[in-house]
Design a protein around this ligand. Structure first.
Ligand code: SOE
Length: 376
């Protein structure tokens, strides 16, 4: 059986999630290839060795360049902070590797457009870690739209709420321009943008407000209103227009007490509506306008293997964070074996980063901002 050897660059939080997903992906479906966790690279040799032992990687190292130029490696998986993504991805693609990159794809739309162009030129398969979109309930919502059962989409309302800003060591590096680059709008907001664009096509313009909660202050300060040199944002709200004419509202907040990890959306259409909440990730609530008046309302569908990407005939067994990450790798491997393209690709993620930058620009300039059209 064909083997696909993987080099993982970054063994932290997402490196751990990916390692678990690589272990599950080939067991949950016949991929036609074995995924071999070959080498784990991190900044410190002892740390990388500990991570490799714990997460099942054959060997470890600290030199990502050596790992990605190794002729035995087929896939480079980038799980570093976003400011390192472009350099590593460009080198990996130049070496002919297929590249999986965590989101956000980079700290700037310009960087991500260069990555997407390099992917096209290199002729390799690329995919970005918007794992939630592979949840069977979301894939089913996409199938219902494609089938016409919901009619034409009218309005999207999405949110991603966390309470990471309250942590003992909150994800402040994500809100700092020098490290996290595009803030929480870029970090978790990009997931909601990806879901929306997967269902509805490209966003073309936005109007927005963002805020950064300055540690130790009570509420929003004047500093938190501006996107400073250092702090980017802990969240924001924006409205969006899609190329199709659909309109949408979005809310993102890392200072949302009690929300844990809540990503959700509602979509209204001419013949019905759907509603998804990651906290009940196996369920899709669906309403159809042609129901009889005494039965009109939302019904709850429990996804199983009769739905796209579903694994179990028995609904209610649970779909988790590792499961949807495994599904994303199943699709990545199948695209590599078929010589096709995977989704969301670098080009998709570059457009999403353009939306993120338009949101920040709209917040600072207090006007609608157009999203750059795709270059790939
Ligand atoms: C942010 O807190 C974060 O870790 C995101 O970066 C991940 O993409 C998301 O899956 C969980 O939350």
């Amino acid at each position: 059986m064909r083997e696909l050897q993987v080099a993982l660059i970054g063994g932290g939080f997402m490196g751990r999630a990916h390692s678990l997903a690589y272990a599950v992906a080939p067991l949950a479906a016949d991929l036609g290839a074995r995924i071999v966790p070959e080498v784990l690279v991190d900044v410190d040799a002892d740390l990388a060795a500990r991570q490799a032992r714990q997460l099942g990687w054959r060997r470890s190292g600290t030199d990502w360049r050596a790992a990605i130029t190794d002729p035995a490696i087929d896939i480079v998986d980038i799980c570093t902070p976003p400011q390192f993504h472009e350099e590593i991805a460009l080198a990996a693609m130049a070496a002919g590797k297929h590249v999986f990159c965590e989101k956000p794809i980079s700290n700037s739309a310009e960087e991500s457009r260069r990555m997407a162009a390099a992917a096209r030129e290199a002729g390799v398969v690329t995919q970005v870690g918007f794992n939630y979109r592979h949840t069977p309930a979301i894939s089913f919502a996409r199938q219902l739209l494609d089938s016409g059962k919901l009619g034409a989409p009218l309005q999207f309302r999405g949110a991603y709420l966390q309470e990471t800003a309250f942590g003992a060591d909150p994800h402040r590096w994500r809100a700092k321009r020098a490290t996290g680059g595009s803030g929480m709008v870029g970090d978790i907001g990009s997931h909601v943008i990806d879901m929306a664009e997967m269902l509805l096509g490209d966003v073309v313009r936005v109007a927005a407000r963002v805020r950064a909660w300055v540690p130790g202050t009570e509420g929003w300060t004047d500093e938190s209103v501006r996107l400073g040199e250092d702090l980017v944002d802990d969240g924001g709200v924006w409205v969006a227009e899609f190329a199709s004419g659909v309109i949408g509202s979005f809310a993102v907040n890392a200072a949302a007490s009690g929300r844990k990890n809540q990503v959700r959306f509602e979509l209204d259409a001419t013949r019905g509506a759907v509603e998804f909440n990651w906290n009940d990730k196996e369920l899709l609530r669906v309403s159809y306008t042609d129901e009889s008046a005494d039965h009109r309302g939302f019904r709850t569908i429990h996804t199983n293997d009769q739905h796209p990407d579903g694994w179990w005939r028995l609904a209610g067994l649970g779909t988790g964070y590792v499961d949807v990450s495994a599904i994303q790798f199943q699709k990545f491997v199948r695209a590599i074996l078929a010589g096709g393209q995977a989704s969301p690709s670098f080009a998709d993620a570059a457009h999403i980063q353009g939306v993120v930058e338009a949101i920040h620009a709209a917040a600072v300039t207090d006007r609608w901002v157009d999203v750059p059209v795709r270059t790939e």
